[in-house]
Write a new protein. Structure first.
Length: 115
């Protein structure tokens, strides 16, 4: 989608610090990191949010993205201390970019529940 910020990052039109990529997903550093490790994992194809990943293809996509996020966490050295994977959906959750993304957060003690 031409006017989607994360599609533009996928296309290389907006720079990002990419930490992992495949044909179907990329992971890059959040521009406003809320933890020492804060990476976003997104599909290269535009999907607006987790609620829009439906059916068999949605199931496959979400599984792939979660595995990809777990591999990012491993590569960032977060396995032993732990980390959080979270996705905000819609306005009550504060989703600010309408392209599905999982936040991978770690490197400090995280509070629960989130605000
Ligand atoms: P959300 O609020 O939708 O769950 O998460 C969107 C995230 O995208 C935010 O944490 C925000 O800091 C991040 N973000 C917004 N614009 C950019 C950008 O241009 N580059 C990068 N790397 N991250 C961005
Ligand atoms: Zn997009």
């Amino acid at each position: 989608m031409a006017d989607c910020l994360f599609c533009r990052i996928v296309a290389g039109e907006i720079p990002a610090t990419i930490v992992k990529r495949s044909d179907e997903a990329i992971a890059f550093r959040d521009i406003d990191a809320r933890a020492p490790a804060h990476v976003l994992v997104i599909p290269t194809e535009h999907v607006a949010a987790v609620r829009d990943a439906r059916g068999a293809e949605g199931e496959r996509l979400l599984g792939m993205l979660l595995r990809f996020a777990a591999e990012v966490a491993t590569e960032l050295g977060l396995d032993s201390a732990g980390y959080r994977i979270v996705t905000n959906t819609g306005k009550d959750a504060g989703q600010s970019v309408d392209h599905l993304h999982f936040h991978v957060l770690g490197g400090r003690k995280l509070t629960w529940p989130p605000g």
